[in-house]
Design a protein around this ligand. Structure first.
Ligand SMILES: NC(=O)CC[C@H](N)C(=O)O
Length: 356
């Protein structure tokens, strides 16, 4: 068993055992409270740049299969678990968590007190951390975090498609802007027969209008939405077309920013499968899947109606525009992992497209 060490930006250190690939990795430490769905978490491109701590103490017990993925490979920067199951038991299991992480060069650590890490992040706020199997010299590792802080990685560029591709459907033609899209968003849109064209995040309006879309989807994705200012002019041009737009997570934040709303960083974000969200139009509460560190500021905005609110901390979870056909949610209606309560968001968008 090879030793591994986790050092947080403020010096807090945990010794554990190497899991997955050996080496070193740096990222923002976040915690995810899902009890299952580790494959979907690992492969969610929105985690690019982040090291995920799973709060559930046993991860990997149903193994890894080739179907429950949200993209073609894991996108987390690193992974932290209390205990990784070495003998998965499930008829769909093809390999162990360890094998999968190793194959994909993901540096991970097990045997650490994930509850203490989570409490620390909850009290102090999200911060950077480094996992290493190469040295346990804390000063050296802290200086690497310090160096890393000077960089500005292009998180969305790293995960967006570089080529336009189509997922054919018999329904309305929709341009999907890929900021790091989860497969289940595409699956849910396809189930509603939509004819999907997925575009790179920085496509121009001219490139997108070549297919003459009847609606748009702004996808989820990693990082701070204000880092994407370069694409705001195109997004604003899309909004001016007055066609239906669905915004999810990062896409929701970008839509908000382009409509004059403000975003800010939460203390430690929402990452889990049981966040209660109230739909203010119907008064119903839905249990939702979430994965975000930023949010839209809750205040009065011109022409905007806040439609959804997080019951735990009263943060904005969705908005509508008084004049434009927009559906925009902070949480993940496609779930994966998480409960399926909010699939109706895709029906709302499809109805807007069909003019009903
Ligand atoms: N899942 C997402 O799209 C995340 C959005 C954004 N990167 C955030 O952390 O808030």
């Amino acid at each position: 068993m090879k030793k591994a060490i986790l050092v947080l930006e403020d010096g807090l250190t945990f010794e554990g055992i190497s899991l997955g690939s050996e080496g070193e990795t740096i990222g923002e430490i976040v915690f995810n409270t899902c009890m299952t769905g580790y494959q979907e978490v690992l492969t969610d491109p929105s985690y690019n740049g982040q090291i995920v701590t799973m709060t559930y103490p046993l991860i990997g017990n149903y193994g890894i299969n080739s179907e429950d993925v949200e993209s073609y490979k894991p996108h987390v920067e690193g992974f932290i678990v209390r205990e990784a199951c070495k003998t998965p038991s499930n008829f769909r299991a093809q390999k162990t968590l360890h094998e999968y992480l190793k194959e994909n060069n993901i540096v991970a650590i097990e045997g650490v007190d994930t509850r203490a890490i989570t409490e620390h992040i909850r009290n102090k706020g999200s911060m950077l951390g480094i996992i290493s199997t190469e040295t346990d010299n804390k000063e050296v590792l802290l200086s690497k975090i310090f160096e890393y802080k000077k960089q500005k990685p292009s998180l969305v560029k790293e995960v967006s498609t570089t080529q336009v591709y189509r997922i054919e459907g018999s329904g309305k033609k929709v341009a999907v802007l890929d900021f790091g899209i989860k497969q289940n968003i595409l699956r849910e849109l396809s189930k509603r027969e939509l004819d999907l064209y997925v575009f790179p995040y920085n496509s121009s309006l001219d490139q997108i209008m070549k297919i003459n879309p009847e609606g748009f989807v702004f996808s989820n994705g990693p990082g701070d939405p204000t880092d994407l200012e370069e694409i705001f002019p195109t997004l604003k041009q899309i909004i001016e077309l007055k066609k239906p737009i669905l915004g999810i997570c990062l896409g929701h934040q970008l839509l908000g920013l382009c409509l004059g709303l403000k975003t800010y960083k939460l203390k430690f974000g929402h990452h889990g499968g049981n966040h209660p969200v109230k739909d203010l139009t119907t008064g119903k509460v839905y249990i939702t899947s979430q994965n975000h560190n930023y949010a839209i500021e809750y205040k009065e905005y011109e022409k905007i109606k806040i439609t959804h609110v997080n019951v735990n901390d009263k943060t904005v979870e969705g908005f509508a525009h008084l004049d434009l056909p927009i559906v925009s949610v902070q949480y993940h209606p496609e779930a994966s992992p998480g409960p399926h309560d909010s699939k109706y968001i895709f029906d709302q968008f499809t109805k807007l497209l069909n003019g009903v």
